[in-house]
Write a protein that binds this ligand. Structure first.
Ligand SMILES: Nc1ncnc2c1ncn2[C@@H]1O[C@H](COP(=O)(O)OP(=O)(O)O)[C@@H](O)[C@H]1O
Ligand SMILES: [Mg+2]
Length: 249
């Protein structure tokens, strides 16, 4: 599904070159829910932004279903972003002037799709995530957890190959975080959705199938959840504690 091969990315500031990603390789399979963790500054957001095609990378390959993203021109990238990727951001990025229902419809409105099937699809997703009762409310009238579940529904509207989420629970309390993580799990179970999520929240990550741990622009290790979530959480906390001398993001 997603293959990242020997990825390099540096930022240039005048004469200074700062290498952020140094030979990053990993894979995400169809239907997997994968988290990326690691200390602040380890390159998580940069990695996600490269996969999102928000920023170009220097070297290496990003393959989405065997299509190499860096080979695409701007028009093709816009198409991939609308049709194959779904995005969930830390600060929701909902449109304040649109209702929950209308926000969820946006990706299909952009594609100028007809109303009937769009309405049906949106209603199914709202129901799936338990937000159908607030369909006509505006973002200002709903909780953070409800906003983020709206964003997850919107991300799924075009049946993307991959959902990319940067700190989706970063602005939420623990109860709302759980509701958002359940939305990703529900999408995985019901729609076989594939999610790649950057998070510094070990609790959220403990619900994932696998966690890729980054350090200094590299994949430090990968941990697989063998089904015992509490044990997985302990493992994650241990690794992260060792990584940064106890300091976490
Ligand atoms: N646009 C940029 N220009 C220069 N340096 C950047 C830029 N974006 C991020 N960095 C630097 O790259 C490093 C990795 O950043 P980032 O990918 O945001 O890490 P993380 O998400 O793991 O905290 C940090 O040291 C950050 O200061
Ligand atoms: Mg970040």
């Amino acid at each position: 599904m997603l293959k990242v091969e020997h990825l390099y990315k540096s930022y240039r500031n005048g004469n200074n070159v700062y290498e952020v990603l140094k030979d990053v390789s990993f894979e995400v399979k169809q239907g997997e829910f994968v988290a990326v963790m690691g200390p602040s500054g380890s390159g998580k957001t940069t990695l996600l932004n490269c996969i999102s095609c928000f920023i170009p990378h220097d070297k290496g390959k990003i393959l989405l279903q065997n299509n190499e993203l860096s080979r695409l021109d701007e028009k093709q990238i816009a198409k991939v972003r609308n049709e194959n990727l779904g995005f969930v951001f830390q600060d929701f990025m909902l449109l304040d002037g649109l209702t929950v229902f209308e926000n969820v419809c946006v990706p299909k409105v952009i594609r100028k799709e007809v109303y009937g099937p769009m309405e049906k699809k949106a209603k199914n997703l709202l129901e799936l995530f338990g937000i159908h009762e607030i369909a006509d409310k505006y973002p200002a009238e709903i909780s953070g957890g409800q906003k983020q579940r709206t964003a997850v529904a919107r991300a799924l509207m075009n049946d993307p190959l991959l959902i990319l989420a940067d700190e989706p629970t970063g602005n939420l309390d623990s109860r709302s975080s759980e509701a958002v993580i359940s939305a990703f799990l529900e999408a995985q179970k019901t729609l076989n959705a594939t999610t790649f999520m950057v998070t510094h929240d070990s609790f959220s990550a403990s619900y994932c199938d696998r966690v890729i741990v980054m350090r200094d622009g590299n994949v430090y290790t990968e941990l697989v959840n063998n089904g015992d979530r509490k044990k997985f959480l302990e493992q994650l906390l241990d690794i992260l504690k060792n990584l940064n001398g106890g300091e976490q993001e």
